[in-house]
Design a binder for this molecule. Structure first.
Ligand code: PSU
Ligand code: MN
Length: 333
């Protein structure tokens, strides 16, 4: 087994400098790149998301595990490795596959020297350990339909219930049981803010049909909630900023409902379970909508990444925010 003596996680020089100077930093996940998007477009998107963060004046910190080393902030070659091969059946067969790593997979991945992309749970865990407070992604994992039989609930939810990080997302993936997922978030004590909306977004769709209890109207309002969370103390839980895709860019709702029903039936027929479910359903939707679901997915992620950068900037500008990050969030550095 390879020996690891470096600090965990390893924070890139650029990200470390930004944190030290209290400049805005946005964590990005890598599972969406390795397992959520078709190749070779995934690499283009991974680079584009980082560029969007920079265009807003913040520093991107894509999170992944490379050769057993957890990293916050990847260089170009590292991002290329994550985008290159996937480990869930769709790979090109050559070399080591990129695995999908939730937070429970991190220890075995480190111990064995594995390379993997981090999900929302793996990313939020590592980013918070590095002292980051803002994370942007597409849609969270959650409670799957037919949960009563499968007990399939993403580890994202439980991890976010005990991690103080602000996650900008377009709601939870619509392939899930959205009402049950919202209920679980309430039970787990995860704060949910609609961003300029009173409705919970539906990932590919602007509106899931369900309400949210709180609405934030600006990045500064989100930063104020983060500061209030710190003032309260003790609430080691996430703040979800649910940011809807623009209606003009959403997937046609009728097409969405029809194709999703087919995808769920196919998933059941083929007996797909566990970690493979989410990538299978997302991939099925891309094929069955002729790529339209991919465009809606990307539109949602782009909007979230931009908003994440603006929230990180608003957070960095707050004297109490910078203080809280410097004091509480950087233990061990
Ligand atoms: N959102 C996307 N594409 C994705 C995912 C989310 O637009 O690929 C990933 C995230 O990494 C999320 C994971 O954490 O799917 C959830 O997988 P599971 O249901 O196996 O926990
Ligand atoms: Mn699952």
């Amino acid at each position: 087994m390879p020996q690891q003596h470096s600090a965990v996680p390893v924070v890139s020089e650029e990200v470390r400098e930004a944190l030290d100077r209290r400049q805005p930093v946005v964590a990005l996940e890598s599972t969406i790149i390795a397992h959520g998007l078709p190749r070779p477009r995934n690499l283009v998107v991974g680079a584009e998301l980082e560029a969007l963060v920079r265009a807003e004046g913040a520093v991107p910190a894509t999170v992944a595990v490379l050769d057993g080393v957890p990293r916050v902030g990847l260089d170009k070659a590292q991002l290329e490795r994550i985008a290159g091969r996937d480990g869930n059946g769709g790979g090109d067969g050559g070399g080591d596959a990129v695995r999908k790593l939730g937070h429970r997979d991190l220890a075995p991945a480190l111990a064995s020297g594995a390379t993997g992309a981090t999900t929302v749970s793996g990313t939020a865990f590592l980013a918070a350990r590095a002292g980051l407070r803002v994370f942007a992604t597409g849609g969270l994992g959650g409670v799957h339909r037919e949960w009563v039989q499968s007990q399939d609930e993403s580890a994202d939810l439980a991890l976010l219930a005990r991690t103080r990080i602000t996650v900008v997302c377009a709601g939870v993936k619509s392939i899930l049981d959205v009402p049950a997922t919202l209920q679980r978030l309430e039970t787990l004590g995860v704060t949910v803010l609609g961003y300029r909306t009173e409705r919970f977004p539906g990932f590919y769709l602007a509106d899931s049909g369900l309400p949210v209890d709180w609405t934030a109207r600006s990045p500064e309002e989100v930063a104020a909630v983060m500061a209030a969370q710190d003032r309260l103390g003790g609430l080691e839980s996430a703040v979800l900023v649910a940011n809807p895709v623009a209606e003009a860019e959403q997937l046609d709702p009728a097409l969405h409902d029809r194709v999703l029903a087919e995808a769920l039936a196919e998933c059941r027929e083929r007996g797909i379970t566990g970690q493979a479910v989410t990538p299978f359903l997302l991939g099925f939707l891309v094929r069955a909508t002729g790529g339209a679901s991919l465009e809606a997915n990307l539109a949602a992620v782009r909007g979230n990444v931009r908003l994440g950068a603006r929230i990180a900037a608003a957070w960095a500008e707050r004297a109490d925010g910078a203080e809280a990050t410097g004091g509480a969030g950087r233990a061990g550095r």
